[in-house]
Design a protein around this ligand. Structure first.
Ligand SMILES: Cc1cc2nc3c(=O)[nH]c(=O)nc-3n(C[C@H](O)[C@H](O)[C@H](O)COP(=O)(O)OP(=O)(O)OC[C@H]3O[C@@H](n4cnc5c(N)ncnc54)[C@H](O)[C@@H]3O)c2cc1C
Length: 331
C-alpha cells in the first residue's frame, strides 16, 4: 500500500488552528486538525475588541462558529492530543495521537500558551465570570474608573498596572508573598502613577455578587476590588518541537519568519505559541499567512483534486504505512 501522507497536520484548534483549517480546506488541501480542547479563547466571557462583533462575542461561540465554517468546506477536526512529533530523514513529519500516527508533509503548530494562574480558590470560576482577568489590551476598557488589583511579580506586574492606569486611577499592585523585586526607578514610577503597592501575601479571592470584592491578606487585612488582573505570565506549549531542534526564544515561543516558517523545514507556527501580541486577530492573521505559505510550498505535491476523498480522518489509510499496525487507526 502506498504511504498516505497528509499535506498538513494542524496541531491545535483555537483561533489560529481553526483559521488555518478554513484556509486549507478552501485551498482543498488534505489535512487534519487535532485539538486537545483547551483553547484560551474558550475562557473569554465576552470579547469586545474582536473586530466584526459590535455586541461582543463569547469565546466559545467564536470557536464554534469557526469550527462550523471550517467543516462546511470539509475540514476534519478531531479531538486528541499530539504527544510526539518526529521529522523523518525524508522530511515527512510523523505525529503520535494516542495509538495512532499521522504522517504529513507539513505541520502547523497552533498550540497556544497556558496562563500561570494565581493559586487561589474560585479563580477558574472567577475567570469565566470576568472577575479575574488576564489581558488589559483585551478588556481594560471594561474596567474604566473601577477599583483594580494586579497580581504579578516584579516588572511584569508593574507594566500591566501602568498599562491599566490609562483606564483607572484606582490600581493596587499585589504580590503572592514573594518580594516584588521592583527597582528604585520602578517604585518611583508606581508612586508617580498613583499605583499602590502591597507586598503581603494574598490568601484568597472573595467573590461577592457579580464582582470580586475582596482579597484577604495573610495578615488578616481585606481589600476590595472590582476586578483582579493576573500578570503572572504564561508558558508556551512548544514542547512538541523541542526534540526537532526548532528555534525558540527565551520564553519558549517559536521563532518564525514573515511567512510563519520556523527554523525546521516544513514546520510552521501561528498564534500565541509564536512570540507576538497574544490576541485573536493576530492568531488569525498569522494562521492565514501560514496556511497560504503551506499551500504554495506544496504546489509540487499531487493536487487536491487528484487526492482521494476518503483520506481525511483517523483511518488506517490515513496513517503512514511504516507506522500502521493492527492497533493504529482504531478509534
Ligand atoms: C481570559 C482571557 C480573555 C481573553 N480575551 C481576549 C479578547 O477579548 N480579545 C483577544 O483578542 N484575545 C483575548 N484573549 C487571548 C486569546 O484567547 C488568545 O490570543 C487566542 O486564544 C490564541 O489563539 P491560539 O489558537 O494561538 O491558542 P489557543 O486558543 O490557546 O488554542 C490552542 C489549542 O491548541 C490545543 N493544543 C495544545 N497542545 C496540543 C497538542 N499537543 N495536541 C493537540 N492540541 C493541542 C489546545 O488544547 C488549544 O485548544 C484572552 C485570553 C484569556 C485567557
Amino acid at each position: 500500500m502506498p504511504e498516505n501522507v497528509l499535506d498538513c497536520l494542524v496541531i491545535g484548534g483555537g483561533p489560529a488552528g481553526l483559521t488555518a483549517a478554513i484556509y486549507l480546506a478552501r485551498f482543498r488541501r488534505r489535512f487534519q486538525v487535532v485539538d486537545a480542547g483547551a483553547s484560551r479563547a474558550a475562557l473569554i466571557p465576552t470579547s469586545h475588541n474582536h473586530a466584526g462583533f459590535p455586541e461582543g462575542i463569547h469565546g466559545k461561540a467564536l470557536l464554534s462558529r469557526m469550527t462550523e465554517q471550517a467543516r462546511k468546506y470539509g475540514a476534519h477536526i478531531v479531538h486528541g492530543r499530539v504527544t510526539d512529533l518526529e521529522r523523518r530523514a525524508d522530511g515527512v513529519f510523523v505525529a503520535r495521537v494516542g495509538p495512532d500516527r499521522i504522517a504529513a508533509h507539513t505541520v502547523l503548530l497552533a498550540t497556544g500558551v497556558v496562563d500561570r494562574e494565581p493559586d487561589l480558590p474560585d479563580v477558574p470560576d472567577a475567570i469565566q465570570r470576568g472577575l479575574v482577568r488576564h489581558c488589559g489590551i483585551c478588556d481594560g476598557y471594561e474596567v474604566l474608573g473601577k477599583r483594580v488589583a494586579v497580581i504579578g511579580h516584579g516588572s511584569s506586574g508593574l507594566h500591566e498596572a501602568l498599562f491599566l492606569r490609562t483606564y483607572t486611577a484606582d490600581i493596587t499592585l499585589l504580590s503572592l508573598g514573594c518580594p516584588l523585586t521592583l527597582s528604585r526607578d520602578e517604585r518611583r514610577a508606581a508612586a508617580e502613577a498613583g499605583i499602590a503597592v502591597v507586598e503581603e501575601a494574598v490568601e484568597r479571592v472573595v467573590v461577592e455578587g457579580d464582582q470580586v470584592r475582596a482579597l484577604a491578606m495573610r495578615d488578616g487585612e481585606c481589600r476590595s476590588f472590582d476586578a483582579l488582573y493576573s500578570a503572572l505570565g504564561s508558558d508556551a506549549r512548544s514542547m512538541l518541537v523541542h526534540d526537532l531542534g526548532t528555534r525558540l526564544d527565551d520564553k519558549g515561543c517559536v521563532v518564525t519568519d514573515e511567512h510563519q516558517r520556523s527554523s525546521t523545514e516544513g514546520l510552521f507556527a501561528a498564534g500565541d505559541v509564536v512570540r507576538s501580541l497574544d490576541q485573536i486577530s493576530v492568531a488569525m492573521g498569522q494562521a492565514a499567512i501560514a496556511a497560504t505559505a503551506i499551500h504554495n510550498l506544496l504546489r509540487g505535491v499531487p493536487s487536491p483534486k487528484e487526492a482521494p476523498d476518503d483520506t481525511l480522518s483517523f483511518s488506517p489509510q490515513n496513517l503512514c504505512s511504516c507506522c500502521s499496525s493492527p492497533e493504529a487507526g482504531r478509534r
